[in-house]
Design a protein around this ligand. Structure first.
Ligand SMILES: [Zn+2]
Length: 117
């Protein structure tokens, strides 16, 4: 079987889809197919930038930090360490946890004190 080399366009789509998986942008996608697959099934070039803006600020900063580290040629694990020390790893972790808890079939968080009637 021969594989055709990926076009730069294809690589870009795949990279964006991969980042969408890391940042869980599919959670913000109104498409049923994306929600069901828990991954972006649409055109990631359209989906990713659109949903990115809705991410918590800390998560956006985390991603910007990765981009900056990449531009400076820093190794990935060093970039992660740096972002953790800036508290941004924590922001990403909190976001992932919130997404996890928001999914159907998860136990609901208890009602806030004073809210339950
Ligand atoms: Zn989507």
């Amino acid at each position: 079987m021969t594989r055709r080399p990926k076009s730069p366009e294809q690589s870009l789509i795949e990279a964006m889809r991969g980042w969408g998986d890391v940042l869980l942008t599919w959670r913000l996608c109104p498409r049923t197919a994306c929600a069901r697959a828990r991954a972006c099934k649409g055109d990631a070039r359209d989906c990713f930038p659109r949903h990115f803006k809705l991410l918590p600020q800390g998560v956006q900063d985390w991603f910007a930090g990765i981009g900056q580290a990449q531009k400076e040629g820093a190794p990935f694990d060093e970039a992660i360490e740096w972002l953790d020390s800036e508290g941004l790893g924590e922001a990403l972790g909190a976001w992932c946890e919130a997404v996890e808890q928001s999914l159907p079939g998860r136990p609901k968080p208890p009602p806030l004190v004073g809210e339950a009637k």
